[in-house]
Design a protein around this ligand. Structure first.
Ligand SMILES: [Zn+2]
Length: 235
């Protein structure tokens, strides 16, 4: 299903394109519904499509020894997945996993590379986004090593909220454990602590943020650092 061009453009990168360029891009974009748990890329495999999330959320995971996965980045409406294409490689270094169901626009890799050549503005957007994504991945590496689970969980919830544009989202402790690289019991303990402080509520796989300011105070410094970088690059 194609999305009518008069609808507001939900993805920030597509929204930043001049109308004429966006119209041309639209010919190669298709609207897809992403489902929780879908795997869009596997490490070492070819990238067949790029995705521009609307209200969906995608986790980038590094996979170790085939079965251990750790989140190194998170992509929502502010970005895209498939940036290696603009750097001259069509192989994904990460697993891209849908962790927030919703809509996205996708385009074949061949068409995307073609559009990149034709559009300096698209190239500029992709370069800018690649820069902030690299910063996010770098910060996440340090975060996973140095910050305690509770502060990382708070960061993760805020980053998710910013990207899906909602204070409530679906999650399981098992899934969160994979995201944060800790055992399920560690996640349960951290979620319980945030709930005790009345910052979130958690029931039946749904998390709701009750107190954004309080959660920001509980999050590690990585949250604000990465957010400022995104905002600064956009400005
Ligand atoms: Zn951190």
């Amino acid at each position: 299903m194609r999305v009518a061009s008069r609808l507001p453009i939900a993805n920030s990168m597509l929204a930043a394109l001049p109308p004429k360029q966006y119209q041309r891009m639209l010919g190669g974009l298709e609207s897809v519904a992403l489902i929780f748990g879908d795997v869009l890329y596997e490490p070492g495999q070819r990238i067949r499509h790029v995705y521009f999330p609307n209200d969906s959320l995608i986790s980038l995971l590094t996979v170790v020894e085939g079965h251990l996965a750790l989140e190194v980045g998170m992509v929502g409406r502010e970005g895209m997945i498939g940036v290696p294409l603009s750097l001259g490689t069509d192989v994904s270094p990460v697993r891209a996993l849908v962790q927030g169901a919703g809509a996205a626009m996708r385009m074949t890799s061949a068409r995307f590379c073609n559009e990149l050549q034709k559009s300096p503005k698209l190239q500029q957007e992709v370069n800018r986004y690649t820069g902030v994504l690299m910063a996010q991945i770098t910060q996440t590496a340090a975060c996973n090593r140095f910050h305690v689970v509770e502060a990382r969980l708070a960061r993760w919830l805020l980053m998710t909220r910013d990207r899906v544009g909602s204070h409530e989202f679906r999650l399981t402790h098992e899934f969160l454990g994979h995201m944060l690289g800790v055992r399920r019991v560690g996640v349960t303990k951290a979620a319980h602590a945030l709930q005790e402080e009345k910052l979130i509520t958690y029931s039946r796989g749904k998390i709701r943020i009750l107190d954004s300011k309080g959660l920001e105070a509980s999050a590690c410094s990585c949250y604000k650092l990465v957010k400022d970088m995104h905002d600064g690059a956009r400005a």
